[in-house]
Design a protein around this ligand. Structure first.
Ligand code: FES
Length: 106
């Protein structure tokens, strides 16, 4: 899968099946915070999914939607990285890092 950093740098990394996008990011030192380690209690794992990929993801749960509402720089294809689990269908997934997180701001 590919992470697109704020300055446009694309980082193509190995995304083992069953890991979340947040876990993949951490494995490769990509700068996504994920303060609650995937327990849907923060919005710091916010990523913006490439529109071409957005429709292929499992739709967010209500809890994820609620947390996302708190995310900074929300876009139409925003998701929480800890809730996207890599499957064979997501081979090649592209996500963008958001301009900041609420925690980082204050
Ligand atoms: S890491 Fe906190 S909601 Fe994803």
């Amino acid at each position: 899968m590919t992470f697109v950093e704020l300055d446009g740098t694309r980082r193509e990394v190995d995304a083992p099946l069953g890991l979340s996008v947040l876990e993949v990011a951490h494995k490769h030192g990509v700068d996504i915070e994920g303060a609650c380690e995937g327990s849907l209690a923060c919005s710091t794992c916010h990523v913006i999914v490439d529109p071409a990929w957005f429709g292929r993801l499992v739709p967010p749960t209500e809890d994820e939607e609620d947390m996302l509402d708190l995310a900074f720089g929300l876009e139409k294809t925003s998701r929480l990285g800890c809730q996207i689990v890599i499957t064979a269908q997501l081979d090649g997934l592209i996500v963008k890092l958001p301009p900041g997180t609420r925690n980082a701001l204050g």
